[in-house]
Design a protein. Structure first.
Lengths: 200, 106
């Protein structure tokens, strides 16, 4: 918008809101989390993956303070927008908790000595973790209007199918999606830094 | 003989000139749709110069339309702007007046 444009308030609000996501940091941290969870699962135990997100969140906050805020500035969204965002976040968290419960149940069932799942089920279930992550990615894409999350959801779904068809370790379902997130996030961050250079 | 006179010119003349300035209109529009924003954000989004923002914000602050809070975050100064209740009302009134005036034009 420049000084001669007619102010369209909805457009201005949307512009202010979308600046929150244009730094690519969320993509980088989601990508990093997916690659780490997938790698940990491949090399060690899936349970360590549960600690990845809580460990990364403070780094994301610091990165926003150090990279985003000095360049793009700070904006506190309207109360109306925050109520809407909190509802979306609550829905996503609910989904996250449900996913965690499914994961724990699956982990317990899959343990040696646990109830062995049917052969066909164990075959298909290997792709389930990636599908469970593709769903929130899809929700984020639709709820937050972030179309790039459709790409991440697709990458996770493709990886899930590959895991099932090629009979791979479930950890491989996370890594390609994570790499796509990291690459796109890196490109977005690069563009962000060029768009908003540091000024005194 | 009576002449039908449009009310539009009169209504346009009654517009709040403090808000009607294009630069201030842009700044007030940004602040209207958010809770608050800092100097860097307004500068990055409007592409205005720092001096320009400061001078217009001072005028808006003098009129009681904008609340300005300055503080330091580490070594960096941070100036937050927020539209006051009076500023919000004035902007809403301005929009209505402008809309009415333009609608009544032949």
């Amino acid at each position: 918008m420049n000084a001669l444009d007619t102010p369209n308030l909805e457009q201005i609000e949307r512009q202010a809101y979308q600046t929150i996501w244009e730094d690519g940091l969320i993509d980088i941290f989601v990508g990093l989390a997916l690659v780490l969870i997938g790698s940990l699962w491949l090399t060690q135990d899936s349970i360590y993956g549960a600690f990845v997100a809580p460990v990364l969140v403070p780094f994301w906050t610091v990165a926003r303070k150090r990279i985003t805020e000095p360049r793009r500035g700070i904006v506190n969204l309207s109360e109306e927008r925050m109520v809407k965002e909190n509802k979306k976040l609550a829905g996503l968290m609910l989904f996250g908790v449900a996913t965690l419960i499914i994961g724990i149940v699956w982990y317990v069932i899959g343990r040696p000595g646990g109830t062995p799942p049917a052969a066909w089920a164990s075959h298909i279930v290997a792709g389930l973790p990636a599908v469970l992550l593709a769903i929130p990615a899809l929700i984020v894409a639709l709820a937050y209007g972030l179309k790039r999350f459709l790409i991440y959801a697709t990458a996770l779904l493709v990886a899930a199918i590959a895991v099932v068809l090629l009979d791979l370790h479930p950890g491989w379902g996370f890594i390609p999606g994570g790499i796509v997130c990291l690459l796109l996030g890196g490109a977005l961050l690069h563009r962000f830094i060029r768009k908003y250079p540091l000024t005194d | 003989m009576t002449t039908k006179v449009s009310a539009a010119p009169l209504a346009l003349g009654a517009l709040d000139r403090l808000i009607h300035d294009p630069t201030r209109l842009m700044l007030v529009s940004f602040l209207y749709v958010v809770e608050s924003a800092d100097f860097v954000f307004l500068k990055s989004q409007t592409k205005l110069t720092g001096g320009n923002i400061s001078s217009h914000m001072s005028k808006l602050e003098d009129a009681g339309y904008v609340n300005i809070k300055k503080r330091f975050v580490g070594k960096r100064p941070q100036t937050m702007f927020r539209l006051t209740k009076r500023g919000r009302n004035a902007f809403e009134k301005y929009r209505k007046s402008l809309h009415d005036a333009l609608s009544s034009l032949p």
